[in-house]
Design a protein. Structure first.
Length: 201
């Protein structure tokens, strides 16, 4: 009689792969599925850009006095640190907005070149007319380079009170510091040339 313990054999690796897992694995390897995943990631870039834009606009609204036009509260001399904190937050959100805009531009270009370069002949001419040669769009692209590679955005604030008009509060970019930057392209320079004094946000 053989009393030695028997070696147990694991037959699980020899079992056939369940149909559902096999189908899922095969679908995941299809080029069409990978393309769909890339489109979904691109949608995420758009959502990031949109959310950054919404947050920036919200803080600019607060700086402007809020929905009720409470400008005096923003400029209360006893709450000056609150104004400075608001300026820093706007600078941060503007930085995020510029980075998200640049990311959206680049990923859209990659998506188009990879999947549809021969399908939409009107795409590139429209990009050139509405963005590439547009002065404001060029300024935003160059401002991104400024903020990411040159220095923090030169945020300033100003309160204006005119006879017979409501008090207003605006955020600006310091013009002298912008003029000291050599990275503006021709359309961006054209945009700046059309603005007298500080550049409003």
């Amino acid at each position: 009689m053989n009393d030695r313990p028997r070696a147990e054999v694991d037959d699980s690796q020899n079992e056939p792969e369940p149909d559902l897992l096999r189908v899922a694995r095969e679908l995941g390897a299809l080029p069409e599925f990978l393309s769909l995943q890339r489109v979904r990631l691109h949608q995420q870039n758009y959502l990031i850009f949109r959310r950054n834009t919404e947050e920036l606009v919200a803080q600019l609204t607060v700086h402007g006095g809020g929905s009720n036009g409470e400008v005096a509260e923003v400029w209360d001399v006893n709450r000056r640190e609150k104004l400075h904190e608001l300026q820093r937050d706007i600078s941060r959100l503007m930085h995020n907005f510029l980075a998200a805009a640049s990311s959206l531009i680049d990923t859209t270009r990659v998506l188009y070149n990879r999947y549809t370069p021969d399908r939409f002949s009107e795409y590139q001419p429209r990009i050139d007319s509405e963005f590439k040669n547009d002065a404001l769009a060029a300024f935003v692209v160059c401002l991104r380079q400024y903020a990411l590679h040159y220095e923090a955005l030169p945020i300033t604030s100003a309160m204006e009170l005119r006879p017979g008009a409501a008090m207003t509060s605006r955020v600006y970019l310091d013009r002298a510091r912008l003029d000291g930057y050599s990275g503006w392209n021709a359309p961006a320079k054209r945009y700046l040339a059309g603005i007298v004094g500080k550049v409003p946000l």
